[in-house]
Design a protein around this ligand. Structure first.
Ligand code: SAJ
Length: 418
């Protein structure tokens, strides 16, 4: 029988991954302390509230807090295991910014006692788990860390990359297979004992560097496939062929599955993670780099198409529907829709642009400086517009009747109104 973790767990980072992980563990009867540097987040979680929208998360958090299993704090407490789920953005040169991971490792170092487990969940370049062990070891020469391959370390350090899809987090956190990569075999087994508490998928044990690379590869694979769809969409547009029809037909081949074109690739993962591979092997990662460039260029292409359509009118009104990075979430991080809107607003400074998003109640800061942009209800925006640009296929937008779009120039970047 495989070992199941017993004890108390601290989860560092109460964001889109840390909070669902904390609650998944707490609902299995384990005491979990959620740690965050943002006092507002700590206060919200302590009240049983979730500071962002994710289906089914709010009810799970309020239940775990009411049962006393989940608490929140601004400093890590003493615990038996520590899970690090903090952001790993990139620097201007696109190398990984590990400052949050390092700060978390250094915060837990003074708390560690022999037998403790440290798991890095943050998406990280190869070698980061070993560096976490090294950073802790530098502060705690009194304990044996596993980064030098010592198979009998006092502390067990592993990487278990998060793989949940925003919008489906509470389902996928339970059902996804998990990769657990240890600095030693024993580290992997100890860390797996935590995930066995709540994961129904298979738990795949490996070494830390393979786990780090597998996670980056998953997102790079998706990025390359989306880039293929985006490039295809530009080629078909130039040839006056309907891309959605081409994809529908090609996907009837048993070994073809083309993804959907869109206004670009957003969020905090897919536009970031492939760069960690590129910076690890710049000469070799040619396809991965090109895919990133194709997807990064995409908002410019979409904005240019809209501006060209607007030039056909004397004084057009443009409706842009959707601001978030993808459908049915409230997350605007790295949103290509925001980039498209700001590019259009820059190019058409005298044109009224109405923006609508049922998941966003105020203009994001990147758009707040434009006097020609206004938030509007979707039906009003469509009603008043000469040009309607669909940037995010939120469910309520799908319901906009075709007869409301009649007589207008429609640019559906997501194929939602086909
Ligand atoms: N997109 C397209 N066309 C598509 C699919 C997506 O343009 O056919 C766009 C979306 O609109 C969005 C971006 O790509 O702007 C990314 O969206 P997504 O739904 O593909 O992925 P994320 O960023 O929400 O989550 C990804 C997932 N990774 C993979 O599917 C390989 C998720 O499982 C990871 O846990 C997550 O990254 C992460 O945190 O790394």
């Amino acid at each position: 029988m495989s070992e199941l973790f017993k004890g108390r767990i601290a989860v560092l980072g109460m964001g889109y991954v840390g909070l669902p992980t904390a609650v998944a563990i707490a609902t299995r009867g384990i005491d979990v302390v959620g740690v965050d540097i943002n006092p507002a987040t700590v206060a919200a979680v302590s009240r049983g509230e979730v500071p962002f929208i994710e289906p089914d998360l709010a009810v799970a958090v309020s239940g775990a807090v009411a049962m006393g299993r989940l608490t929140a704090a601004s400093e890590p407490p003493d615990a038996d295991a520590f899970i690090i789920a903090v952001p790993t953005p990139f620097h201007e040169d696109r190398t990984a910014d590990l400052s949050c991971v390092r700060a978390a490792a250094e915060q837990i170092a003074p708390r560690l006692r022999p037998g403790n487990i440290v798991v890095l969940e943050s998406t990280s370049p190869p070698g980061t788990t070993e560096r976490v062990s090294g950073w802790i070891g530098a502060l705690r020469p009194d304990i044996r860390m596993p980064h030098d391959g010592d198979s009998s370390s006092d502390i067990f350090v592993a990487h278990c990359p998060e793989r949940v899809l925003p919008g489906r987090t509470m389902i996928e956190i339970v059902t996804n297979d998990r990769v657990v990569g240890g600095l030693t075999q024993q580290c992997a087994e100890k860390a797996a004992s935590i995930y066995r508490l709540f994961a129904q998928g298979e738990i795949l044990l490996t070494d830390a560097a393979s786990a780090e690379m597998a996670k980056l590869v998953e997102n790079a694979y998706r990025d390359v496939n989306i880039a293929f769809a985006n490039e295809l969409s530009m080629i078909t547009e130039a040839l006056h062929i309907d891309v959605w029809e081409v994809i529908r037909l090609a996907n009837r081949h048993p070994r073809v599955n083309i993804l959907s074109p869109g206004p670009g690739v957003g969020g905090h993962c897919i536009p970031v993670d492939p760069w960690f591979i590129v910076s690890a092997a710049p000469e070799l990662a040619r396809l991965i780099r090109t895919a990133r460039e194709v997807n990064d260029r995409r908002p410019h292409y979409v904005a240019e198409q809209v501006v060209a359509k607007a030039k056909r009118f004397r004084s057009p009104t443009i409706a842009c529907l959707g601001l978030t990075f993808k459908a049915n979430v409230d997350d605007v991080r790295e949103s290509p829709a925001i980039e498209v809107v700001s590019l259009i607003a820059d190019a058409l400074a005298d044109t009224e642009i109405l923006i609508s998003d049922p998941f966003v109640d105020a203009l994001p800061t990147q758009l707040s400086g434009y006097s020609n942009l206004h938030l509007e209800n979707a039906y009003q925006a469509v009603e008043r517009a000469d040009i309607v640009v669909l940037l995010v296929e939120h469910e309520p937008f799908r319901a906009i009747w075709h007869n409301r779009l009649g007589g207008k120039v429609v640019y559906d970047t997501r194929g939602a109104w086909r």
